[in-house]
Design a protein around this ligand. Structure first.
Ligand SMILES: [Zn+2]
Length: 85
């Protein structure tokens, strides 16, 4: 099974973002969300929906643009997390 980013629906993460609530600290190459950091209230208090809303508001930029597939489709990707825009 693919590891899907809970923020943006990117499905090629190397690890699951959370295993029994323990974060991976992997940075999503698509939205840049780092599980365990960007949603850690102590360092950067944003919930996953808030992070997503802010990312979408900025036109969903790729954190690592080189990883972006040529035929990338934001709407399609968001279907992985059942999120519609
Ligand atoms: Zn992501």
């Amino acid at each position: 099974m693919n590891n899907i980013c809970l923020v943006c629906g990117y499905d090629q993460l190397e690890e699951p973002q959370y295993v029994e609530e323990v974060p991976s600290y992997e940075i999503c190459p698509c939205c840049g969300f780092q599980a365990g950091f960007d949603d850690d209230a102590a360092s950067y208090p944003q919930t996953i929906p808030e992070y997503r809303a802010s990312w979408l508001k900025h036109d969903a930029p790729w954190f690592m643009p080189k990883e972006k597939p040529a035929n990338w489709d934001l709407k399609e990707q968001l279907k992985n997390i059942n999120f519609e825009i």
